[in-house]
Design a protein around this ligand. Sequence first.
Ligand SMILES: [Zn+2]
Length: 391
Amino acid sequence: MPTRAVAAVLAAILAGWLALAVVPAAAQEPVPTPFVADVLWAPIPAAGSDGRRHLVYELRIGNTAASGLALDKIEVLDEPSGKLLLSLDRDGLGKRFSIGGRRGSESTDLGVGQFGVLFVHVALEPNDQPRAIAHRISLRLVQPGVDFSATVARTPVVDRPEVLLGPPLVGAGYIVGDGCCDSIRHVRALLALNGHFTLAQRFAIDWEQADPENRLVKGDTKTLANYTIYGRDVLAVADGTVVSSRNDLPEQVPGALPQGITIDQVDGNFVVLDIGGGNYVLYAHMQPGSVTVKAGAKVKRGEVLGKVGNTGNTQAPHLHLHVMDGPSPLASNGVPYVFDSFKLTAVDKAGTADFDKAEATGSPLTLTPVSPHQVLSRVLPLDLSVVEFSR
Ligand SMILES: [Zn+2]
C-alpha cells in the first residue's frame, strides 16, 4: 500500500477514535479502538469474612495502536445500570497492571505491541449483586497526544453454587497467609502453561499457625519441628475421591526456597481431591511418608490425608490449600470457597511483611485480637485472618 494511502487509513482510524470519544457506548456501528481488552475468566464472587462479596479477576489489555498508550483510569461498571463499582486512577493502576501479566513488571504505560494484565479486586457493597460488568478504559495515545475512552470487556459474573468445605486443620491460631484479595503471591500467580494463561491459585491460602505467644516458629528457624504448624494432621475438607497424590519427596531445609525444583515437584507431597460439582482441592507440601491415600481412594470429610510438612517449593512448613475447577493443580482455574464454620480470633493488620518477618525470624506476629471472637459461617477467611477450627 502506498505511503499516502496508509496515512489516510491511519487518519481515518484516528478520526474514528476521536469521534468515539463523544459517541455513546451504545452506538451500533463497530468502532475502532487503539487497544483490545478482555476478562481472562468471568469472575465468581467470593463471600469474605468481612461480610462482603469480592470479585477477584484479571483484565487483559493489549495495545493495537502505532503509539504508546498511557492508562489514566479504569472503572468497573455494573451492567446494564452503569453503576460505578470500582475506579482505579493512575496510582492504583500502577500497582495492579503488570506488563505481560508478569508480577513485578507493573506500569501504567503500554508500549507499541505490548499487553498487560490488570489484577482487579472489587469489594462489593452489601446491596450490589452484579450479574454482569464492563470496563470503562480511559487512556492517552502518546502520539499524537489524544485522550480516548471506551466501555469494553463486558463479562457475566458467574452464579455458581458455593463450594462448602469443612476444616482442613483442627485447633487454634491458624493464620491465612497470602490469602484473598489484595496479597500478591497467590492472587497474581498467572502462569503460561500449555500455551495459555492459567490462574489456579487465585484463592489459595498458605496456612501457618501461631503459638500462644503469637510465634510461627520458636527457636532455630532451620529446624522443622520448631514451626508451630509442623506435623499437624491435614484433613479432608469434604467427602471425595483422590485423583492423585505423592508421598516420596524429602523435606526442605526452611529459610529459603529450594533451587532447581521441577514443575512436577513444586507441590511437594500432595493430594488432589475431587469433591464433586466440578471442584477439586489441592493440599500441598506435606511430610514424606505421611500421605496415606492414593488415586481412586474414597475419603470422608474429616479423614486424615497427611501431615503438614515442608516439601516442594516452600521455605517454611505450611499447608497450601486451594480449590480449582479441574484436576491439575496448576493448569486449571482457581475458584472461591467457604468454610462451613470457624472462629475468627485475630487479624494481622501489620500486613504480609509482618507475616514474612515472623516466619523468617521467629518474631511474634503483630496481631489485633477480635474480641469477642466471632463464629463465622459459610465465608472465606480473608488475608491474615487468624482462625480456630474445630471438628
Ligand atoms: Zn501457597
